[in-house]
Design a protein. Structure first.
Length: 123
């Protein structure tokens, strides 16, 4: 936990990423950008979750707008909640380059490659 907090606190350009598993946590997640001054993004499964929020940058991944893709490329830390970091979300890993993550690893339960976080925040 301390490692995760340290990584997030030391980030200069973090992005908050919410996936389908975080849909019920919207109210909690919209407080995070206030503290980190970070934009909010979603996977395709959570599209529209942050509609109307001033920090909303829409979809994170291969369907990102050019402006969002540029923000992602310039970020140094992705803080994800309920999101699967598969090839579409990460644009085959390109969006995670130079970010805090492990190299591609096979996810045994799903049989597809996903990026694993360097650390996680578990309850």
């Amino acid at each position: 936990m301390d490692q995760a907090i340290g990584m997030i606190a030391s980030a200069k350009r973090p992005i908050i990423l919410a996936g389908g598993g975080a849909i019920d946590a919207r109210d909690s997640l919209i407080d995070v950008p206030k503290r980190l001054e970070a934009p909010l993004a979603t996977t395709l499964k959570a599209k529209g979750l942050f509609n109307g929020h001033p920090h909303n940058m829409e979809i994170f991944g291969t369907l990102s707008t050019p402006a969002a893709y540029d923000l992602i490329a310039k970020s140094d830390c992705i803080v994800s909640f309920g999101a699967s970091l598969h090839r579409f979300t990460t644009d085959k890993g390109a969006l995670m380059k130079d970010k805090t993550h492990h190299p591609n690893q096979q996810h045994p339960a799903r049989g597809r490659k996903e990026l694993s976080p360097r650390c996680s925040l578990d309850r």
